[in-house]
Design a protein around this ligand. Structure first.
Ligand SMILES: Cc1ncc(C[n+]2csc(CCOP(=O)(O)OP(=O)(O)O)c2C)c(N)n1
Length: 271
């Protein structure tokens, strides 16, 4: 098992790969991919019980990237784990590539096609209940954006989670406080997300979403709860690059040559 320090370095390397992919593609979501770099790294390095050589293994844990626009972060992680060759990463968003702008299930390692926001909690609940019905013990992890919580379906899913209480279900909210075209306070204030989740009768846990040790400990605590749990992971959109941090402009802006060079220099300065 990699140490928290190793995962920290892996997450930073993941940001460099994402930047290269989005630069080569001439489009793609950088800010929201950077904010979840540590979350994806800790999930794949320590929690998800998957078999890259056998992606359809029926007893694998399931992962749903509900904020599907962070696909570059997922693809780079799946390639690092060996689900497919890393050379595919530079085909992001190209015609005919399985690495589309949002994840599709024809790609090895993708358990759910996403991109239309708001569906992941419901889908994950269904998957978790399927395991229960079959008497199997695999777990489901769902990663949502906080802007994504604007979608009413999330709150329907929380109601249903509180009713069915699948103990094999963990959701993580990437709480970066910035949406597509502005800060959440201007677009749709979400307030105290943990309190809202708890008001549904569910457990909410909070942590620093850029601290791999904290993420690991919080995920362990969530798994230990004999009920569904929601982790609110405090993050920074565009984390790691000074001119991208907290900027909705970098939600999906193309990475031009100049921005690429400046951003890469910053990401390489912190290994
Ligand atoms: C149903 C739906 N409505 C709108 C969009 C367009 N959209 C893509 S990303 C995004 C903002 C999401 O914000 P957040 O969940 O906070 O993402 P993050 O900041 O983590 O990237 C929006 C509105 C979409 N993909 N799906």
């Amino acid at each position: 098992m990699p140490s928290a320090d190793q995962m920290q370095r892996t997450a930073q390397a993941l940001r460099r790969t994402i930047l290269r992919m989005n630069h080569a593609a001439g489009s793609g979501h950088t800010g929201g991919s950077f904010s979840c770099a540590e979350i994806l790294t800790v999930l794949y390095d320590e929690f998800l019980n998957v078999r890259p050589a056998q992606p359809g293994w029926p007893l694998r844990d399931r992962f749903v990237l509900s904020k599907g626009h962070a696909a570059p972060a997922l693809y780079a992680t799946l390639a690092r784990k060996g689900f497919f060759d890393e050379s595919l990463l530079m085909t992001l968003r190209k015609m005919g590539s399985p690495l589309q702008g949002h994840p599709v299930m024809r790609l090895a390692g993708v358990d759910m096609s996403t991109g239309s926001l708001g569906m992941g909690l419901s889908v994950g609940l269904g998957m978790a209940l399927a395991a229960r019905v079959r008497g199997e013990s695999w777990r489901v992890y769902v990663l949502c954006g906080d802007g994504e919580l604007n979608e009413g379906q999330n709150w329907e899913a929380l109601m249903a989670l509180a009713k069915w209480r699948p103990a094999n279900f963990t959701a993580i909210i990437d709480r970066n406080h910035v949406q597509l075209d502005g800060p959440e306070d201007l677009i749709m204030p979400m307030g105290d997300v943990a309190a809202k989740v708890e008001s549904f009768g569910l457990r909410a846990l909070c942590c620093n979403g850029h601290d791999c040790a904290a993420l690991r400990d919080t995920l362990k605590a969530a798994v230990a709860i004999n009920a569904p749990a929601v982790i609110v992971a405090e993050t920074v959109k565009g984390k790691g690059v000074s001119f991208m941090e907290g900027q909705s402009a970098w939600h999906g802006k193309p990475v031009d040559d100049d921005s690429f060079a400046k951003a890469m220099a910053e990401l390489e300065a912190v290994q």
